[in-house]
Design a protein around this ligand. Structure first.
Ligand SMILES: [Zn+2]
Length: 258
């Protein structure tokens, strides 16, 4: 389904129609717009490790937290690995970061799971029955390691989730128009080569969709934005396009009970 463009607390963002159907869930795939960082991080950069000024990143994160009405944001130093971290009330929230994790899971209300990215995918997962949310930093290395299957397995083991109950939303990220891998024979195993849509270009959105389905999700419960970050200079940071640049944020949370 096409994602919905919205403004939350003055911040432009994209929302998944599938996730938006659950009133107990808050989420947004934010753009680069609406923040306070100067070039080349203009303006809503949420990463402390790209060369931007720390206090500005803190301010930008506060804007995101306020836009969603959350008590805090939790993020990790993302390392293109497959390690999962279970977020509970006792975790230090932003600006502290959980070490070396690319999967965040929680049942804690009011805490946003923040994934930072500039071309990589953020993939949100939600189990409406068990009220568990996850957010996954899924780059091509994560796809090679099948991090999405790992995330689904963690949800099954830790919370008893059934894959067929899960809803997934894959946000703006590198599209088949721009996902060139000249060394794909070294970088991708042969079973991923069919995702080549023309010489050296790959459809990483289709790959994630198929990996989610192989993990047991229903096709109609997978939402894909279909928006390429590299193509949209005004809206998104893109590492491929700019190299020295910021990171936009994708946040999912369970709403605080009123
Ligand atoms: Zn593109």
């Amino acid at each position: 389904m096409p994602f919905i463009f919205a403004e939350l607390g003055g911040l432009p963002c994209y929302r998944s129609p599938l996730l938006a159907a659950f009133p107990e869930v808050l989420h947004g795939f934010f753009t680069r717009r609406g923040g306070v960082s100067p070039e080349p991080f203009h303006s809503l950069n949420l990463s402390f490790t790209v060369g931007d000024q720390g206090p500005l990143v803190v301010h930008n994160r506060d804007l995101v937290q306020q836009a969603l009405g959350l008590n805090g944001l939790v993020s990790a130093t993302q390392v293109h690995g497959c390690r999962a971290f279970l977020v509970t009330a006792g975790n230090p929230a932003s600006p502290a970061e959980i070490p070396d994790s690319d999967i965040l899971l929680t049942q804690q209300r009011g805490l946003g799971l923040l994934i930072k990215q500039a071309d990589c995918q953020a993939v949100m997962l939600y189990d409406p029955g068990r009220r568990v949310a996850a957010n996954v930093h899924c780059g091509w290395r994560g796809q090679v390691a099948n991090i999405l299957r790992e995330a689904v397995t963690r949800l099954q083991e830790r919370f008893g989730c059934r894959p067929q109950d899960l809803v997934a939303a894959l946000g703006p990220s590198l599209g088949p128009c721009c996902a060139e891998f000249r060394n794909y024979r070294e970088e991708f195993p042969p079973e991923l080569w069919p995702y080549q849509v023309r010489p050296t270009y790959f459809d990483l959105w289709a790959l994630s969709r198929d990996q989610l389905q192989a993990a047991g999700l229903k096709s109609q419960q997978i939402d894909i934005a279909g928006i390429c970050t590299r193509c949209r200079d005004e809206e998104f940071f893109s590492f491929r396009r700019d190299r020295i640049t910021g990171r936009q944020g994708a946040v999912i949370a369970l709403r605080l009970e009123k």
